[in-house]
Design a protein around this ligand. Structure first.
Ligand SMILES: Cc1cc2nc3c(=O)[nH]c(=O)nc-3n(C[C@H](O)[C@H](O)[C@H](O)COP(=O)(O)OP(=O)(O)OC[C@H]3O[C@@H](n4cnc5c(N)ncnc54)[C@H](O)[C@@H]3O)c2cc1C
Length: 361
């Protein structure tokens, strides 16, 4: 299942485990179960800190959980986490084994403090490049908070569930059996939705901010460039972004960024963020501007009102709000989004195998 090179690489990663972990498999007689057993046996053989049990009682078969010995697994993989999901498996192993995650301490603290029970189920396809980020965000929450479980479900393997829940786009996330979200989501975005106090806390914090010289609305490449140019002049600069990174977060291969032969969208977005944060720029991510009130009406400074009720003031505002998926404005389009109307052929394509499709554009 895993070739020699991958095994050698994984073995090196597993040396970072700080405590034992257990793989708990729930299998049946199917060929997929055999493949999963082979994979898990190979993984367990790569480190004396990894053990394998095959007496799991998860009704989804084949599936396996990752846990510390003695604990019930909170991370589950229903399907083989190969393809784009292999990284999700590696991170689940490492983080369950005590390897520190690469996220800000404030995010870790927010996850740990989250009260309640959260059962996340993420339907994916192995060819979807947006899915692993969602799986990894939810897995991280499950590692850090005992009230959270996260299950990756390969839609191709659990077709009955896909049909019963009428899932027609991946990733699709369910929380406590109700539809939670669809599409790429960062851990911060998930937290903003489930941590009910977070929005009010953010609004209070943002409203306290002193006026900016330049406030950029939009955190894509254009907004990032504008912020860097402004901050380099030594003026007070802020960036307000619904989703920092913008559209490049939705793509993988970028080959026309001159001087960089090829890169990937999320990598470019991370580089943009690091570049912006190298300057004194106040980045307010996951915040949506709802209304702009010109200086003439607001009494001196321009006001930007946010969805969460907060207001920011600035001497100048740069709007770099980019673009969105182009819609056709035909009846039913909005209602059927992610239920048959999709925007990512290579992510969602596998769910339409054998079905009649129309391609527009
Ligand atoms: C799948 C895909 C593949 C692509 N591949 C390539 C490629 O290979 N090469 C290439 O050159 N280009 C590619 N593009 C296009 C490229 O991503 C865009 O041209 C570029 O991102 C535009 O940058 P931008 O900063 O103007 O806007 P965007 O990237 O659209 O960013 C807009 C920003 O504004 C924010 N925003 C919007 N409304 C609000 C609001 N009300 N309040 C707060 N924030 C708001 C958004 O959250 C986002 O941060 C691709 C795009 C997609 C979707």
């Amino acid at each position: 299942m895993l070739d020699d090179a991958i095994q050698a690489q994984l073995k090196a990663y597993l040396e970072r485990l700080q405590r034992p972990i257990e793989l708990v498999a729930s299998l049946d007689d199917s060929a997929n179960s055999q493949q999963m057993h082979t994979l898990l046996t190979q993984v367990a053989a790569l480190s004396d800190k990894v053990s394998l049990r095959t007496d799991g009682d998860n009704p989804r078969r084949p599936s396996f959980g990752v846990a510390q010995p003695g604990d019930a697994p909170r991370i589950h993989f229903a399907g083989l986490p190969m393809g784009h999901e292999f990284t999700s498996l590696v991170l689940a192993l490492l983080q369950t084994g005590g390897h520190p995650p690469k996220v800000e301490q404030a995010v870790i603290d927010q996850i740990k403090a989250l009260p309640g029970s959260f059962k996340f189920e993420t339907f994916i396809s192995l060819s979807c490049h947006n899915c692993p980020d969602v799986v990894q965000a939810l897995n991280l929450m499950a590692v850090l908070n005992p009230g959270v479980t996260s299950t990756m479900i390969d839609g191709a393997l659990f077709q009955d569930e896909v049909n019963a829940r009428q899932i027609m786009a991946v990733p699709t996330v369910y929380l406590n059996d109700a539809k939670f979200g669809q599409g790429r989501m960062t851990v911060e975005e998930v937290l903003a939705q489930v941590d009910t106090g977070a929005s009010a806390r953010a609004a209070a914090e943002i409203s306290q901010k002193a006026p900016f010289d330049v406030l950029v609305v939009g955190g894509g490449p254009a907004g990032a460039a504008a912020a860097i140019y402004a901050a380099r002049k030594g003026i007070r600069t802020g960036v307000l972004a619904e989703r920092f990174g913008g559209q490049v977060m939705d793509t993988l291969g970028i080959e026309n960024f001159i001087s960089v032969k090829e890169t990937e969208g999320p990598k470019l977005a991370m580089a943009l963020e690091q570049h912006v944060k190298a300057y004194d720029v106040d980045v307010m991510n996951l915040q949506r501007a709802a209304k702009l009130i010109p200086a003439s009406e607001a009494g001196g400074l321009i006001e930007v009102q946010l969805d969460n009720g907060a207001t920011l003031k600035s001497r100048s505002v740069i709007l770099a709000t980019g673009a969105r998926w182009r819609e056709m404005n035909v009846p039913g389009e909005k209602d059927y989004k992610a239920k048959g109307v999709c925007f990512c052929p290579h992510c969602d394509g596998p769910l339409f195998k054998g079905k009649r499709v129309a391609v527009i554009g």
